[in-house]
Design a protein around this ligand. Structure first.
Ligand SMILES: NC(=O)c1ccc[n+]([C@@H]2O[C@H](COP(=O)([O-])OP(=O)(O)OC[C@H]3O[C@@H](n4cnc5c(N)ncnc54)[C@H](OP(=O)(O)O)[C@@H]3O)[C@@H](O)[C@H]2O)c1
Length: 215
């Protein structure tokens, strides 16, 4: 059965999944990169960026497993880019250059329609203006039995969490205090929604926490 998985989603110790004031200069929001300092030195990330090789420890293994068995992704519009409101034109094609790291269909939730965008390496962005259920149905159909990864950002993961639709969440908890930004847990009772912690793994720069829906 195809699962909906959140993987490698970084949160600060005080629960923020992004810094405030996202912009072209600050894709993760102000101080947001502190959330990803576990990920940047990994072999996976550095090779993806064409920066040679990187570390092959626990953090890298955690990051790598997030890419296994995937057939489609779902993203929120802010994770796709800093453009807000109606798309002025088709020039924004994501943060990732000509060959994004997805290599599958990617369903981007937005209130503003846009034609699909085919990129090199098998990534095709589809802009979904219906609800989260429609995006999941389309992603599952495209994934053809493989899993769907819910990439983020914060508002998007929170909606699927509230709806109880996420099967597995891997959070990379970073020992930093952001103090402001997009809060992951605010007003969400994950226990009441049926989630429990099934595993923790101490990585080099983050603690990896795995949540699952109780049977
Ligand atoms: N911590 C991590 O590991 C991680 C991972 C990924 C991303 N991030 C960061 O998270 C931040 C983005 O998160 P975010 O919470 O600001 O935004 P987001 O979840 O990426 O996107 C929110 C936007 O998506 C559209 N949207 C969401 N749900 C929708 C729905 N049901 N129907 C239609 N449109 C919908 C809306 O855009 P419109 O109304 O404008 O169309 C909404 O404003 C970025 O800084 C990113 O770098 C962090």
């Amino acid at each position: 059965m195809s699962k909906l998985r959140v993987q490698s989603f970084a949160i600060s110790l005080d629960g923020f999944g992004a810094g405030p004031n996202q912009s072209l200069q600050n894709p993760l929001g102000v101080r947001g990169p502190e959330l990803m300092e576990w990920f940047f030195p990994t072999k996976l990330w550095r090779e993806m960026q064409g920066q040679g090789t990187g570390e092959t420890g626990i953090d890298n293994a955690m990051a790598e497993q997030g890419f296994e068995g995937l057939g489609a992704w779902i993203l929120g519009r802010n994770m796709f880019g800093p453009v807000r409101g109606p798309w002025p034109d088709d020039s924004w094609k994501g943060w990732w250059g000509d060959e994004p790291p997805y290599h599958t269909p990617v369903y981007v939730l937005t209130h503003h329609p846009r034609a699909p965008l085919k990129m090199a390496g098998g990534t095709e962005f589809h802009f979904v203006t219906d609800d989260i259920h429609a995006a999941l149905a389309q992603a599952r159909a495209a994934a053809d039995g493989r899993d769907v990864r819910l990439g983020g950002g914060v508002a998007t993961v929170r909606q699927y969490l509230r709806a109880g639709l996420i099967d597995e969440l891997h959070l990379a908890v970073r020992p930093v205090l952001l103090g402001s930004g997009e809060h992951f847990w605010h007003d969400i009772d994950a226990h009441a929604l049926g989630y429990e912690c099934v595993k923790t793994v101490a990585g080099e720069r983050a603690t990896h926490v795995f949540l699952r829906k109780r049977a």
